[in-house]
Design a protein around this ligand. Structure first.
Ligand code: PA5
Length: 435
């Protein structure tokens, strides 16, 4: 496996020792539950073997559908929310240019819907779709979630008006349950190509199913490498039994030690703006898995150096609530020199022999030193670069660590009873029959 490591050098010896002694047996037990499937939520463990068990025939069908639609679409609309949205967006935003544009791209430009109910958002989206050739993936495991259902109704009507019903049906792909749900019924009736989200894979663990793979392939990224990275990380997570050798066990142990010592917030920190959706995906994964029974670290995120000029003050000097998990990427994909300026009026000629990455790394190292001195425990995750392989590693690592961490915390990491409360109120307020 390519280098992937957890850096504990900035943690106190006390924390490391507690992780290795008190927490170690609990983390081993939690890992055993994941592998034996003998604890709460065990009907949602399909993700554990997903990268190994992926159906190659289905993958080939998916790739063929992607190429068929890519050939006739400038824009690809991905409709979904939560686990049916964040994984694909995380990978695509990590890999695409910050300045990607639908006009010049060789691949369809991915836009998102169903993750918001903003009227202006949909009006702007329809304006775009008026002028560009497009196709659609509608993704919902339950097939009944209101936000994507509303978005799909709007986009489907637009698509059918623009291309006619028959061609529209060729431009829609449904990703949903194998047998049930309103989306399944619509897809069967209209004859849309369909992909299945396995019963035993929950939304936030579904990025390595067609939920994530189809949009990622549509954007032009290598889903085989993504799966390879996940497969390699799976092997390590399953086969290695010490904290030193198993990054998922180490991460789960450290965050539980810190939680028991009164830490309430974990901030995922990166110095690369293209990883902001990694943080959004991670927030859902950990927030929805652990935030139960009035327990769990609150997942939060920082982008440095941007947020050092806003949240930095609080992290340095505010209430001592938080730990930080710093993601460090060793190699950038490209280089941009800092030019020499003879006059040096801005006083930064001392930087000209350094790469921007060296400067960014010094900002991160300086931040770690300052925050540790300020009483914030910091743990690091280091990866070689940002590409499909390392994103696959990160996905599997965070998922496996989340399962271990949730069981160690004493909750069922695979349900989400709390997300129903707002829905009931919304349905009552909207006058939905039966509410
Ligand atoms: O992780 C989860 O289970 C949720 O975030 C769901 O993914 C989200 O609510 C969307 O559900 P569905 O795919 O059924 O539309």
């Amino acid at each position: 496996m390519e280098q992937f490591s957890i850096k504990t050098g900035h943690l106190s010896n006390e924390i490391k020792q507690e992780a290795n002694t008190q927490l170690f047996p609990e983390v081993c037990k939690a890992k055993e539950h994941l592998l034996k499937g003998d604890a709460a939520g065990n009907d949602f463990l399909g993700w554990v073997n997903l990268p190994e068990e992926i159906d190659q025939k289905e993958l080939a069908r998916l790739k063929a559908d992607v190429e068929r639609l890519a050939g006739k679409s400038k824009v690809f609309v991905v409709i979904g929310i939560g686990g049916s949205y964040l994984g694909a967006r995380m990978v695509i935003e990590a890999l695409q240019s910050e300045f990607a544009s639908m006009v010049r791209g060789a691949r369809p430009y991915i836009v998102y819907a169903g993750h918001t109910l903003s009227e202006d958002y949909y009006s702007q989206l329809l304006n775009l779709l008026d002028h560009e050739d497009y196709s659609v993936a509608v993704i919902s495991k339950s097939g009944t979630t209101t936000e994507p259902a509303v978005a799909f109704r709007i986009v489907k009507a637009h698509l059918e008006k623009k291309y006619g019903k028959a061609e529209a049906a060729q431009r829609i792909i449904a990703i949903t349950d194998a047998h049930k749900g309103a989306l399944h019924t619509i897809a069967v009736q209209e004859g849309y190509p369909m992909y299945v989200i396995p019963d035993n894979v929950g939304g936030r663990f579904s990025v390595l199913t067609p939920v994530g793979l189809l949009p990622i392939a549509m954007a032009g990224y290598d889903i085989d490498r993504l799966l390879e990275g996940a497969r390699d990380m799976r092997r390590v997570c399953i086969e290695k039994d010490t904290l030193e050798e198993n990054p998922a066990m180490m991460y789960a142990a450290i965050r539980n030690v810190l939680y028991r010592k009164g830490i309430k917030v974990e901030m995922l920190v990166s110095s690369l703006p293209n990883l902001r959706y990694l943080a959004e995906w991670w927030k859902q994964l950990y927030g929805e898995s652990e935030g139960k029974e009035h327990k769990g670290l609150l997942p939060h995120s920082l982008s440095i150096t941007t947020d050092l000029h806003s949240m930095g003050q609080y992290v340095q000097d505010g209430e001592r609530l938080m730990m930080e998990t710093m993601i460090h990427v060793k190699h950038p994909a490209t280089h941009v020199p800092v030019p020499t300026d003879e006059q040096n009026l801005d006083g930064i000629n001392y930087l000209v022999n350094k790469s921007l990455t060296e400067i960014n790394d010094c900002a991160m190292e300086g931040t770690i030193e300052a925050h540790v001195a300020g009483g914030v425990p910091v743990v690091g995750i280091e990866i070689e670069r940002v590409d499909e392989y390392t994103l696959g590693q990160l996905i599997y690592f965070f998922e496996f660590a989340c399962g271990i961490s949730g069981y160690t915390l004493g909750v069922n990491p695979f349900d989400q009873p709390g997300v129903e409360a707002y829905k009931k109120n919304m349905f009552r307020l909207l006058g939905k029959p039966g509410f």
